[in-house]
Design a protein around this ligand. Sequence first.
Ligand SMILES: [Zn+2]
Length: 108
Amino acid sequence: MPAEQPHHRTRRDGQATHYPYLPDAPHFIEQAVQVYLRLSDDGTHWIVDGPTVDGAPLDSALHDESAANDECACGRPDDCTALRAAADRIPLPTGAELAELLRDALPE
Ligand SMILES: [Zn+2]
């Protein structure tokens, strides 16, 4: 049995684990969010700080806060720009929603 390739593991949500950088793949539209941490009261480890779990959408970690498609390999810029604009109208996840998204991204 061949060694398991990280790109071929199955996520719980059925999405591809990584973007394949192929022209016929779905568009690669990215965002990133900030998860604020603070040092635990006993000073021994990091904990998630209150602003991350206050119920509001997380802050974007991208410089202009907009979704990015710079690495999309589609070669269809009009399509790609329209989808990126649509993605910018989708609220970023709250902390609780991010916890679910992380769970969904883990291998089965
Ligand atoms: Zn694209």
